[in-house]
Design a protein around this ligand. Structure first.
Ligand SMILES: *Cc1c(COP(=O)(O)O)cnc(C)c1O
Length: 392
């Protein structure tokens, strides 16, 4: 055996490259915001999850600096050992009060919240039913749990019902998992129907509100509020890293659920507590989300204005169905998406091409922010209108 055991890595990379699936990082040299400096060029930013423009807000920065001065940079241990501070508890109470749940628990990221929660609440004797478009963290959490995992077609409630009818009785517990705002498409899950099905088949429902928190619902509490389902029993997951402009994840739900997770979620127990700076910044963001609903109104005004501009000026553009600030322009191939992405980029617009394996069909993904100016939205449509072979 004289084969280099690592030689496959270069071969795999070559395959990825040939398929136009190769990815690399791009450097931003400025504060986050509606415009950023990307590799030396100022561009309009449609690539960020900072929906309300809070990641660059001075109040979050001051809160983070104050927390560092009071508690240091690191939290020095896991929550159950030396990592717990009063600001963690304040943040959890702030999340629970926004969501109107009994309690909440913060994790080091949304990804870890999903992994740890799913792995804690179901196991080998249980069934997970998962929307085929779910975020990677839900899918990986399902695998990690050891439960039997069945995917149902995207938002296909009748096929989900069929699966429940056929399989539910063969398992101890059953968990339905879904994004609320689908992160790569921008459409919403049919939450009321899912809650009804969960109830009918004695199943738990875990809802990932990563792109909905701060964005959807009258007070920004997410899709649960948007659909008028506040107070119904379910497990809500989310992130502090998108509209809340910080870093971290959370689970919100009943007192026993949160108490159980504190005892059983491996990605909470065996990892270092959220840093003081991230914790304090997220808390400041939650207060702003509650106190300044005009940010959310501005975001939705921008979304509606951009949709109107697209309808009027880009009639041939295929826009995927969306009910969120995520708008996707469908393109025929990965290379078409890359070409369009590059064209946008040279025209001063930062909007990522999203390709397989992240999604089935290639697209340009636009995230609208509350802090975009009308001129930013108009420029996007103008640039899409010019020169793109796939549009006009
Ligand atoms: C971004 C995202 C996550 C992960 O959250 P992080 O805090 O960034 O780890 C989980 N689920 C969905 C649907 C997301 O979009």
């Amino acid at each position: 055996m004289n084969n280099n055991p690592y030689a496959w890595i270069n071969e795999s990379l070559a395959t990825i490259y040939r398929a136009n699936w190769y990815r690399s990082v791009q450097t931003i040299h400025s504060q986050p915001g509606a415009t950023v400096v990307l590799s030396g060029q100022e561009v309009i930013n449609f690539a960020s999850n900072d929906y309300l423009g809070l990641a660059g807000d001075e109040r979050l920065q001051v809160a983070a600096i104050n927390a560092i001065q009071k508690f240091g940079t690191g939290s020095t241990g896991s929550r159950l050992l030396s990592g717990h501070r009063e600001i963690h508890r304040e943040l959890e109470q702030g999340i629970a009060s926004t969501k109107q749940t009994e309690d909440a628990l913060v994790f080091s990221s949304g990804y870890l919240a999903n992994l740890g929660t799913i792995a804690a609440i179901v196991g080998k004797r249980d069934l997970i039913l998962s929307d085929e478009y779910n975020h990677s963290s839900l899918k990986k959490g399902a695998i990690l749990s050891g439960a039997t995992v069945m995917e149902y077609p995207h938002n296909g409630t009748s096929l989900l019902e069929e699966k429940l009818q056929k399989h539910r009785q063969n398992y101890r517990r059953c968990l339905i998992i879904t994004d609320s705002v689908f992160s790569m498409d921008g459409d919403l899950c049919p939450l009321p129907q899912l809650l009804d099905l969960a109830e009918e088949f004695s199943s738990m429902l875990l809802l990932d509100e990563a792109h909905a928190t701060g964005v959807m619902g009258k007070t920004g509490a997410g899709c649960v509020e948007h659909f008028g389902c506040t107070g119904r029993e379910l497990i809500q997951i989310g992130t502090l890293s998108k509209a809340l402009g910080s870093l971290g994840g959370y689970v919100a739900g009943s007192l026993p659920l949160i108490d159980f997770l504190r005892n059983r979620a491996p990605s909470w127990i065996y990892t270092t507590a959220l840093s003081p700076a991230d914790t304090a910044a997220a808390m400041a963001a939650i207060k702003i989300v509650q106190a300044e609903p005009e940010r959310r109104s501005q975001l939705w005004q921008n979304v509606n204005y951009l949709k109107q501009l697209i309808t009027e000026n880009l009639p041939n553009l295929k826009l995927l169905p969306t009910e969120s600030p995520i708008l996707c322009f469908q393109l025929p191939s990965a290379s078409a998406a890359l070409t369009t992405g590059k064209h946008l980029r040279t025209s001063g617009i930062f909007a990522p091409a999203i390709r397989p394996p992240t999604v089935n069909t290639s697209r340009i993904r636009i995230s609208v922010m509350a802090t975009h100016e009308l001129a930013h939205l108009e420029k996007l449509v103008e640039v899409m209108n010019n020169n793109t072979p796939y549009v006009s």
